[in-house]
Design a binder for this molecule. Sequence first.
Ligand code: TXA
Ligand code: MG
Length: 361
Amino acid sequence: MTQLMKTRVIKVNPTRPDAAAIRQAAEVLRGGGLVAFPTETVYGLGANALDSNAIEGIYRAKQRPASDPVIAHIHHPSELDSLAIDIPAIARRLATVFWPGALTMVLKRAPGVPDNIATGTNTVAIRMPSHPVAQALLIAANLPIAAPSANTFTRPSATTATHVLEDLDGRIDLLLDGGETTIGLESTVIDLTGERPIVLRPGGVLLEHLRAFVPDVMLAPKYMGASGKTDTSEVAAVSPGQMIKHYSPRAELMLFDGRDMSVVVATMQKSVQRLNAQGKRVGVLAPDEEHLYFAKEAQVKLLGSRDDLQAIGHSLFASMRMLDGRDVDVILVHGFGQDGLGAALWDRLLRAAEGKVIRVD
Ligand code: TXA
Ligand code: MG
């Protein structure tokens, strides 16, 4: 990969970011440059959301097809009206309840917002992040910031500054290093432009919580069937940019699913043995409870207790990257159910496994 520029890295206090650092980053954004910054979900790769050339730069840096739309970040719900039109009442309600936070709303795009933020649609995705660094940067730049996750296309999202550099060093102007992100999984994306609200991507804001305010919300069809909760009456169009290969470690990921924990674990153990016999280096992403089953025959990365999905979400992407760093050929993992944050975890694992699930029933 050619080194295109020198990436400056500035450390910032994640709770009380240094004003001088924020000012420098804001200047880069105002000049059309690229700044990676922490949000509460994952690191974002930011550019001026009102400048189509700057947005073009995001796609180049990420090596991502321009057909994959990008989220516009704002610092206050009042900015909704400058980016979107025909905003439904439910969007304002959801903004009041869930912002700042891990909810992204897809709305009709206002004139003047560059087309390449969501090429091929008349929509724009908008989120108000809660991370103090993101907030400070948005205020200082006095611009909406277009930002996808700060990883190269198909790699796991970056939850630390080191991950951002792994993928984007030499490809962006500046990185604000605010330490680890807290949630570790991306935002929930809800499309409010159709007849019925659709969750295009489960994430940091739980479906169960959304349902309290949007009872008729449905999950995009690509999740049904894969989740085992198929309901074919609830079918909707798939959003652009929702191709399955995403969040992938370099190693092949084998995703196991099944009701009986001990049967699944036994099947995984057999797979580990078979792969070892083939001379493959095997990694396992395991909750603490499953550690002992694999400790002898595989590189195990512990994710925390199965009962603590937040801890698992916090470390999932970092753990995939860590096993990649140990040069494993294959990574085995057992899903974490579909409830609560389990839905978002399942989505990320399913994509990392390129849509393949090994069902053990
Ligand atoms: O938590 C997050 O959402 C992070 C942080 C940086 O905010 N951002 C993020 O961006 O994950 P990205 O680009 O990696 O994922 C954005 C998701 C994609 O699934 C994309 O297809 C969807 O949002 N999306 C963005 N704009 C859209 C639009 N106009 N219509 C439909 N889907 C859209
Ligand atoms: Mg992404």
